[in-house]
Design a protein around this ligand. Structure first.
Ligand SMILES: [Zn+2]
Length: 504
């Protein structure tokens, strides 16, 4: 009797363990995901990050975003991969730094072999929808990959027909028109309709919303301008318009006009915040908020004369690479929590995968000795002393002669260096962010390829490691190194997409 019983007892003894492993308790842990990307939002101009109106200090800039932050985790050292829209959003939605996703200018599109967040969540049984409002989020670059629906809510270019528009410079006109467009109400209406549809079903959903309104031009409705502009500000006669094309040529910037410009930006932020509030209220009304991971982030910041310029896509200074990042998931993420470790825009993908128990795509599982592929930010909210992760940054704008690569250290061993290599000027810039957070005292080393310096060597070594990772990334045969197809390229060129006037 003992002999036949032994295997049975062994089996019984193993059962609880084996059941536990085979029926994970994660089956029900599939929160909805609402990912809000607010374009060009500099964190330190939001109230919760310390932003104060220059003319009307009592006017709160971002009450709804502040409330969202208080209900979850706010990251104070979140960093993008670059300082403009297209590559930053590609990093957000692929979990990869720019060199690895490969879409660093308007000539390129995403290799279909690289997985996207929408594909990952779709494979996990999520319903997926994306709503965007700026031309750099166009499906031609690969942003629609994995979405069941992916809609343009910009009123000046409502569908794909712009890419069949053969007028010279049509795409530049689209950029200019898009800057003057007001899109948040249409975005929120469309996303709200999708949420209402989802509330009627049982499937979890992923909803991505890209907000173009905070991007220049700053043209908020008058009621928001009134809250932040000086009392005698008259938009009809003012020196400052908040229009990039008008104001970038000004040579007589002074303290008053700079304050006026910032007030117009704050007006746009407040308007955007009110629309964010409208969408989050809808989430509450539909009784979805308790089961929805809400993430709010930006793709890059904005310069306000911190280094003598206005705008973005020119440098890798902190005012353009730092972004706000807030996550809320009731009952899972802690409330009223501040995480001070360095969080990277490409980490959002892995964090969502972690919180939804989704498998990462092959492109994010590539052997990565440099450690720049996104990873879950869970350690940062679980351990307030966690330093986060070093960030690799890139800004490659050939028509402006800009070719920058940078490394922002995470503070390990008390090192808070930022190193930027300028391949055009051959000058390496080194900043100690702990001693000089505004990057006023930049150490410049000329002819850096030939000049020995340990920080430069570490930066170059990181860049070389990324190249080795790149060699192992999945790719599609004949994708041409992620370049646009010749047909796409010719079409975009004909449309003026590569003209120098293109901004972003
Ligand atoms: Zn942007």
């Amino acid at each position: 009797m003992t002999v036949p019983l032994r295997p049975l007892l062994l089996l019984l003894a193993l059962l609880p363990i084996s059941c536990g492993a085979e029926t994970p308790d994660v089956g029900s842990r599939r929160p909805n995901v609402l990912l809000l990307s607010l374009d060009s939002v500099r964190p330190d101009e939001l109230s919760i990050y310390g932003g104060i109106s220059p003319w009307k200090p009592a006017s709160v800039i971002s009450p709804n975003i502040d409330a969202l932050a208080n209900g979850g985790v706010r990251f104070t050292q979140a960093v993008s991969t670059t300082s403009w829209t297209l590559p930053a959003h590609m990093a957000l939605l692929t979990g990869l730094p720019d060199r690895l996703h490969g879409v660093t200018d308007n000539h390129q599109r995403l290799d279909p072999a690289i997985g996207t967040l929408a594909e990952t969540l779709g494979a996990r049984g999520y319903r997926t929808a994306g709503f965007f409002s700026g031309p750099n989020l166009h499906p031609v670059f690969g942003f629609a990959n994995g979405f069941e629906t992916y809609e343009n809510k910009g009123s000046n270019h409502p569908d794909l027909s712009v890419f069949a528009d053969e007028r010279p410079g049509a795409m530049v006109a689209v950029h200019k028109d898009s800057h003057e467009d007001i899109t948040s109400p249409a975005l929120v209406d469309a996303a709200s309709d999708f949420l209402a549809d989802m509330a009627r079903g049982d499937d979890p959903f992923f909803c991505f919303v890209h907000w173009w309104d905070p991007h220049y031009d700053y043209m908020a409705p008058a009621e928001f301008v009134d809250r932040f502009a000086r009392d005698d500000f008259d938009p009809e006669t003012a020196d400052v318009h908040g229009k990039w094309e008008v104001d970038k040529l000004k040579s007589d910037w002074n303290e008053r006009s700079a304050k006026d410009l910032l007030a117009l930006y704050h007006s746009e932020l407040a308007f955007t915040d009110s629309e964010v509030g409208r969408l989050l209220s809808r989430l509450d009304e539909l009784e979805l908020a308790d089961d929805t991971l809400v993430i709010l982030v930006s793709d890059h910041g904005e310069e306000f004369f911190d280094h003598d310029r206005w705008g973005h896509q020119r440098t890798l200074y902190d005012e353009v690479v730092r972004v706000p990042l807030i996550m809320r998931l009731p009952g899972v993420l802690p409330r009223e929590t501040v995480a001070n470790g360095q969080a990277r825009i490409q980490d959002i993908f892995a964090t969502v995968a972690d919180l939804t128990d989704s498998a990462l795509p092959n492109s994010m599982s590539t052997k990565d000795e440099a450690g720049f592929i996104g990873t879950s930010l869970r350690p940062l909210w679980e351990n307030p002393n966690h330093l986060g992760f070093p960030q690799l940054m890139r800004l490659d704008v050939p028509y402006r002669g800009i070719d920058l690569a940078g490394l922002r250290f995470n503070g390990e061993a008390n090192e808070r260096w930022k190193v930027v290599l300028n391949a055009t000027t051959q000058i390496a810039s080194i900043v100690d962010l702990a001693a000089d957070p505004k990057e006023r005292k930049v150490i410049e080393i000329h002819n850096y390829p030939a000049s020995a310096h340990p920080l430069i060597e570490r930066t170059r070594s990181a860049l070389e490691q990324v190249e080795r990772t790149k060699a192992h990334m999945p790719s599609t045969p004949n994708h041409g190194g992620a370049l646009l197809t010749p047909d796409h390229h010719a079409e975009l060129e004909r449309l003026g997409y590569f003209d120098k006037a293109g901004e972003d």
